[in-house]
Design a protein around this ligand. Structure first.
Ligand SMILES: C[S@@+](CC[C@H](N)C(=O)[O-])C[C@H]1O[C@@H](n2cnc3c(N)ncnc32)[C@H](O)[C@@H]1O
Length: 285
């Protein structure tokens, strides 16, 4: 997979050289190219921002450098070019890259989004600063490329570099060969499938007793079926407690009979459509 990141703070992306993503790069599974937006400016001060039309506080990122940057990157990787990844994926794509625009006003970046992006051969990220990028840039590239405006949460950061680090790590760990154990994201919170709308429960490792605290007996039983059931119950407990909104939207087809019994015990009511709802007063805290 090829990733291009355009930023005015290339050094902010240094963490992409360490840990899981750094190793994936070193092994040729990820081709990450960080570009300084200012190389596409032409004035003495390398200006990338200007005052907003209509007035108001803050500055807006100028369209010209972004346009030149995106044109140059797209032109660098047509079909059949730009690939040097070991998995054989091309740096280019017949559809061009997906342009990922981090913005608090985008749609939520979720595990499902990460899975979708992990299936793409080429992503271009446009982390902004100030009040964001002149809207015409998003309109322009939205007409010829696939553009996704994505938010990592309901809060506002000073820039899009941290969101890019978040998104790249979430996507990279889903790529074949990046995690040591390919199965290890299957049981994660939000993992597509049985965990799609659930949070993972607690995990334990050795020693068996730490500061007088033991671990749940079932985990020592060696009984795979009972352990799987316990983990599932814990996931339901935790989700009901911290993210009741996820229980409410849970696909009924993803819930088995024991799940339904447990949710009823926790005070949830099953509707005619198999979905669970609750009243504030009857849910275990
Ligand atoms: C100060 S923010 C601009 C916020 C903008 N005025 C608004 O209210 O939507 C500057 C940049 O940080 C990035 N950013 C900040 N918060 C973000 C979030 N929650 N998700 C994704 N990107 C974010 C985006 O690239 C954004 O353009």
């Amino acid at each position: 997979m090829r990733l291009d990141i355009v930023t005015i703070f290339p050094e902010y992306l240094e963490p992409l050289n360490v840990s899981l993503v750094g190793k994936a790069r070193a092994r040729g599974l990820l081709d990450v190219r960080v570009h300084d937006l200012r190389q596409w400016t032409h004035d003495r001060h390398n200006t990338v921002d200007d005052t907003p039309y209509g007035g108001g506080p803050g500055m807006v990122m100028k369209p010209e450098p972004w346009g030149e940057a995106l044109d140059a990157i797209v032109a660098s990787g047509g079909p059949g070019e730009g690939s040097d990844t070991e998995d054989g994926s091309r740096g280019g794509s017949e559809h061009g890259p997906v342009v990922v625009v981090p913005t608090p006003s985008g749609s939520p970046f979720t595990q499902t989004t990460a899975v979708e992006l992990a299936a793409e051969p080429w992503l271009v990220f446009t982390p902004a600063r100030y009040e964001g990028i002149d809207r015409r840039v998003i309109e322009e590239y939205g007409e010829r490329l696939r553009v996704r405006e994505l938010s990592i949460g309901d809060y506002v950061l000073a820039g899009g570099e941290a969101p890019v680090l978040v998104m790249v790590e979430a996507v990279a760990r889903l790529l074949p060969g990046v995690l040591g154990n390919a199965e290890s994201h299957r049981d994660d919170s939000f993992a597509p499938g049985a965990m799609a709308d659930l949070l993972e429960g607690p995990v334990y490792t050795k020693p068996p007793v730490w500061r007088g605290r033991g671990i749940p007996e079932v985990l020592l039983s060696g009984h795979h079926g009972r352990i799987a059931r316990w983990r599932r119950d814990q996931a339901l407990h935790r989700t009901a407690r911290y993210r009741p909104d996820l229980i409410e939207r849970c696909d009924p087809a993803a819930l088995d009979a024991q799940d339904r019994v447990l949710l009823a015990e926790l005070g949830w009511t099953e509707g005619d459509d198999g979905r669970f709802g609750r009243t504030a007063s009857d849910v275990e805290e």
